[in-house]
Design a protein around this ligand. Structure first.
Ligand code: AMP
Length: 213
């Protein structure tokens, strides 16, 4: 199963991707997670990406496409994958098409998580991430048991720089301008499946299962 998850930041892509990993035994490939690991390790790629990320701007297409070229050719991608946060622009989607042709892969679906954008500022500003293992919590919908501590590894929780209110607004603007046109791009290829993602995690999961049957 080869899937793209499309939808605004805070639309639940990461959360639902984790469920699909379990259901299909395929990897979640999140460009945001890959970039954050590079920033944390201060690799050349991470140093190049960090200012774009902190300001909620997109990292240049060539950087992302280079990173995905090597990632999709790894052994664990043979049986499928969930692309989470990629592609994010039309040039990235065109680059992905070329890459898939080169390696002989075919996409099954582009899942569109539909959610009202007013709900997103709330969802994202209450999101907290673990410094150690990267697990994501939401102070309102999925709070940690111990305040500010990760239930999986006991490390500290923090608020991503790009989850602060001003940056969220910028990320939504960029989503509407540069990423939303991908819905039309994949719809023209008959690959889109829309999922109502406005409910809680369990409702969205149920809607997703129905869409994938
Ligand atoms: P995410 O975790 O998917 O919300 O991504 C966090 C940030 O990483 C984004 O706001 C961008 O700065 C950067 N990023 C992640 N994926 C991409 C991508 N496909 N293209 C460009 N920038 C990206």
């Amino acid at each position: 199963m080869k899937l793209i998850l499309l939808g605004p930041p805070g639309g639940g892509k990461g959360t639902q991707a984790k469920f699909l990993v379990y259901k299909y035994s395929i990897p979640q490939i999140s460009t945001g997670d890959m970039l954050r690991a590079n920033v944390r390790d201060q690799t050349a790629l991470g140093i190049e990406a960090q200012n774009f990320m902190n300001e909620g701007r997109l990292v240049p297409d060539e950087v992302i496409l280079g990173m995905m070229d090597s990632r999709l050719q790894k052994e664990d991608c043979k049986n499928g994958y969930i692309l989470d946060g990629f592609p994010r622009t039309i040039p990235q989607a065109e680059g992905l098409d070329k890459l898939l042709d080169k390696i002989g892969h075919k996409l099954n679906y582009a899942i569109v998580l539909d959610v009202e954008q007013e709900a997103i500022v709330n969802r994202l500003s209450s999101r907290r991430s673990c410094r150690g293992c990267g697990r994501v919590y939401n102070l309102i919908f999925d709070p940690p048991e111990k305040e500010n501590k990760c239930g999986s590894c006991d490390d500290e929780l923090y608020q991503r720089e790009d989850d602060k209110t001003e940056t969220i607004k910028n990320r939504l603007k960029i989503y509407n301008e540069q990423t939303a046109p991908l819905i039309e791009f994949y719809s023209a290829k008959n690959l889109t499946q829309h999922v109502d993602a406005s409910g809680d995690i369990h409702q969205v999961k149920a809607n997703l299962i129905t869409a994938l049957i």
